[in-house]
Design a protein around this ligand. Structure first.
Ligand code: NAD
Ligand code: LMR
Length: 364
């Protein structure tokens, strides 16, 4: 029996995410919460789908929604409009996410995973972690900021570019096959954070692209993919459908680990998935913090949160450890080192914004 809760379920992301979760064979109970009074209707609508899970939902009694949850996903919060940065969402979304985190802390068990989609991820995960620390409920193995959309975009854009080059017979790649868009951590990984230049794409397979200009354009497309959608939606929201897919994909990987007893269900995907996590307590976390000091040549740097692939525990779905192979086994190019430096400078400020918010709003 696996129960998944979506908080913010009636929104642009919440609805398609809930639909995808209703289709997952690993979910037995889907519980939806949103302040919008359509939530009960949305859950009834989903509950008519003849997959083997049950769906319920409400805009009240969050205690009952959260009871016995294995995974809680927060998508509640306002999205961007053109001209806004993700940081402009902080004031409103920090309050929403802090309050929902308090409910999670009150009503969830000591091993319920908490996945945060709401923006700005870079600052809101510190809000969540600091809130849970105040409640005495913090476990860094359970809290994951969802940066999965960056990796989904990276794989899509890289495959598009390689296929385009192949049709133009550009580059040294001699391969008759179309490049497919499936995740492949041996080709590209995205680390750092989730906004603009904190998004750091690393080209792991350095033989795929040789042209520096092309690499720069690809990096820019990945870093500012969100802005492209915000602009195209013209004031009516940001990415919702691709985010719902990314959130579902990530959640489903955790669900597969929880269902590890079912041999067939496990690890169709052997990749370790990135998310934005609190480093100091996690195995390899301190090592990564030191590595970031070395890469940025800044011995004073103290980065406590970073997006990096994690290895999940194959029984509980908790984070087991951080997978550093994309940094250790991959020779970072001078440009990649510079991107990490720029990202760490911005992340330092973003993390402080989240931590300061809880210092100044410590009432639970
Ligand atoms: N992590 C990522 O990669 C990523 C990608 C896309 C969007 N986002 C972020 O996700 C968030 C949601 O985006 P959206 O497009 O779904 O927005 P939306 O406005 O369509 O939906 C947000 C939902 O949250 C609900 N809500 C507000 N306050 C609430 C509360 N206190 N409790 C429960 N529900 C509450 C609203 O009623 C609404 O239904 C935004 O902050 C957006 O920036 C993150
Ligand atoms: O760009 C946004 O504001 C939404 C999201 O973070 C995205 O990357 O699409």
């Amino acid at each position: 029996m696996v129960k998944v809760c979506v908080l913010g379920a009636s929104g642009g992301i919440g609805q398609p995410l809930s639909l995808l979760l209703k289709l997952s064979p690993y979910v037995s109970t889907l519980a939806l919460y949103d302040i919008n009074d359509i939530t009960k209707g949305i859950s009834k609508d989903l509950d008519h789908i003849n997959t083997n899970s049950n769906c319920s939902g409400a805009n009240a009694d969050i205690a009952n929604i959260l009871k016995d949850a294995n995974i809680v996903i927060i998508t509640a919060g306002i999205p961007r409009k053109p001209g806004m940065t993700r940081d402009d969402l902080f004031k409103i979304n920090a309050k929403i996410v802090k309050n929902l985190t308090i409910e999670y802390g009150k009503y969830c068990s000591a091993n319920t995973k908490l996945l945060i989609i709401s923006n700005p991820v870079n600052s809101l995960i510190p809000v969540v972690c600091e809130t849970l620390k105040l409640m005495g409920k913090f476990n860094s193995r359970l809290v994951m900021g969802i940066t999965m959309l960056d990796l989904i975009r990276a794989n899509t854009f890289l495959a598009n570019l390689l296929n385009e080059n192949k049709s133009k017979k550009k580059n040294a790649i001699v391969n008759s096959k179309q490049y497919n868009k499936q995740l492949n951590n041996n080709n590209i990984m995205v680390i750092g954070g989730h906004s603009g230049t904190t998004i750091v794409p690393l080209l792991i397979n350095k033989t795929l692209l040789y042209n520096e200009k092309e690499i720069k354009e690809l990096v820019h497309q990945i870093q500012f993919g969100g802005d492209e959608i915000v602009k195209a939606k013209n004031g009516k929201g940001s990415a919702t459908l691709s985010m719902a897919f990314a959130g579902y994909f990530f959640t489903n990987e955790i669900l597969k680990t929880i269902n590890f007893d079912n041999e067939e269900s496990i690890y169709s995907n052997e990749n370790n998935l990135p998310c934005y996590v609190y480093l100091p307590d996690l195995p390899n976390g301190k090592f990564l913090q030191d590595k970031l000091k070395e890469i940025t040549q800044n011995s004073e740097l103290n980065i406590e949160y970073f997006a990096i692939p994690v290895k999940l525990n194959r029984k509980s779905g908790d984070i087991n450890s951080i997978d550093l192979s994309c940094i250790l086994k991959n020779t970072l190019s001078p440009n990649e080192k510079e991107m990490i430096k720029v990202a760490c400078e911005a992340l330092t400020k973003d993390i402080k914004t989240g931590e300061d918010y809880i210092k100044n709003n410590s009432k639970l």
